[in-house]
Design a protein around this ligand. Sequence first.
Ligand code: MN
Ligand code: MN
Length: 471
Amino acid sequence: MSEILKQNKSGWEGIEEELKSKIFEFSKQYIEFLNKSKTEREIVTNAENLAIASGFKHLDEYTELHAGDKVYYKNRDKNLYLAVIGSQDIEAGINIIGAHGDSPRLDLKPNPLYQTGNFSYFNTHYYGGIKKYQWTAIPLAIHGVIVKENGEKITVSIGENEDEPVFVITDLLPHLAKAQNQKKLGEAIEGEKLDVVVGNIPIKEDKSEEDEKAKADKKAGKVKQNIMRILNQKYGITEEDFFSSELEVVPAFKARTLGFDESLVAGYGQDDKVCVYTSLRAILNVEKPQRTAVCLFSDKEEIGSMGNTGMESHVFDTFISEILNKLRVNRPNLLDKVFCNSKMLSADVDAGVDPLYTDVQDLENAGFMGHGVALNKYTGSGGKYNASDANAEYVAQIRKIFNDNNIKYQLAELGKVDVGGGGTIAYILANKGIDVIDCGIPILSMHSPYEVASKFDIYQAFLAYTAFFNN
Ligand code: MN
Ligand code: MN
């Protein structure tokens, strides 16, 4: 019977020491990358640097493209597209892997700094699907950019190093939380209460300056004034400069190995930076492929993929069009034809089975941690609504690639029917005519400040993406 029944056991079972040490070494590099890449801008910068070190050149540096050339394009510091030109006629299609670099977080509002009582705060607006209570009483860091009127860009990262302060959102002590504890979990912490403590010392009074301006400043609050003074000294900014800033509040803790057996990685932003890193490493290894290999890291996936850095924008199409131009093969409709012949793995994380919460999963159709990459034939919710459903013919092709290359994989759904659901960027590329299937890593505590992934699955994703590019 063993030949006709499918296998679904842990990849750690009976693992060879040699493979295990490769897995641990890969994860170590991944953890280092994750710790430097907490935002979409940072992941794009760090991925760009690795690509350049591997011989990739900016699209503008090429007047013509030829087989074997490595080219990239960066869209507004938030998207990165990488391609290795294949030897086959590009009309026969390209192999794409797409992940997203943005993760759930708290964004500062346009007028963030205020004082209430004797504290000064940054007011935030959360980004993506978070469980708000998870963001209180943990150390937070602030990353991002402030752009001055003259275009000067100030890069901010504070709260990561031991000698830097951290920030925190306070919560009520249990002794006084009787009423709060009666509330529903999703309502106990309000979005407007997700404000970050930034200071408590009032500014020194200057008695000589009792003009109208000074009176107005006093209204703003002495603690706020003091924080603004510090920010002015540290970054050279005025309060109005916040208008043109993108500052993101993220967990300050470092990604770490988890467990006595060191089998797991715990860290912020693994959705979807784990797929960014594994697909990046895969394309950096591609040399002279038959089909053009393309890796893309999109932005704004967590809030619907809209805008000119989201997957819904046409910037990716423009990148591929430019490749067609520089291959000197472009003609009307060729881009559409290339897309119709193309294949894609939508590389995004999957809801891993949490043994403490199995009631939300159909265990015959769920992704298990340590059982390899998870293919989701379709996502969507409530009757496959809004699903991008991979065609059976395409799933068969992917199965063959994975089996031929000894990739450990599983087929999963995102939770029980009628329980929930979700989506990725898959449908956006499928709408262009590309064959797409979701292929990612099962994780636990998704969208929390400290997500958990299996080192075995991380390495399998790297092997799976590598095999996909080479087929
Ligand atoms: Mn995701
Ligand atoms: Mn997500």
